[in-house]
Design a protein around this ligand. Structure first.
Ligand code: ZN
Length: 171
């Protein structure tokens, strides 16, 4: 995890299955970031097919330059943990926490080389998952998530899934 590398497939598969086998998984579930490799995707497709479950895959497409700019802009207060972003949510005083005046730091996860390593791992390991799922005829919905705030992305997902009819704050 420190180097941006990923946990082994079998370990992840077992954790996911154990969790989904609990009673509250029977009526449906949302998985975020799984399956992440081709081996996981093939394994999980069998798991779904054995149970007659037809999944919807939501692919949140992002521009890497936008992601890198956003993540490298993050700063955290080492004392109270408050997160800032020099682009979108800067502290009142440069590089100091609003709450306690502590100098802000860049978390290791937010360093550009760690982010780039994670994006490389994504291209190597996860991009093929999308191709596999599409080729296998699974229901893959692509939603542009580069720059919109979470609630707008959420509405886009609902629209793509055709479940936005009952939305109260439709955009
Ligand atoms: Zn603080």
């Amino acid at each position: 995890m420190q180097s941006g590398a990923l946990v082994r497939d079998e370990v992840v598969d077992r954790l996911v299955e154990e969790r989904l086998n609990q009673p509250d998984g029977a009526s449906g579930f949302v998985l975020d970031g799984y399956p992440r490799t081709l081996v996981q995707a093939e394994h999980f497709r069998r798991w779904l097919d054995e149970r007659g479950i037809r999944e919807v895959v939501i692919y949140l497409a992002v521009d890497y330059n936008v992601v890198i700019a956003r993540l490298t802009g993050r700063r955290q207060c080492p004392r109270c943990g408050t997160l800032y972003n020099i682009l979108s949510q800067p502290p009142r005083e440069d590089s100091l926490c609003d709450l306690d005046g502590e100098p802000l730091v860049i978390r290791n996860d937010d360093r550009e080389e760690v982010i780039r390593e994670r994006l490389d791992a994504y291209e190597r390991q996860t991009r093929p998952v999308l191709d596999f799922l599409r080729a296998a005829g699974r229901n893959v919905l692509e939603v542009d998530a580069s720059s919109d705030p979470p609630d707008v992305v959420f509405q886009k997902i609902r629209r793509a899934m055709g479940t936005d009819d009952c939305s109260k704050n439709r955009r």
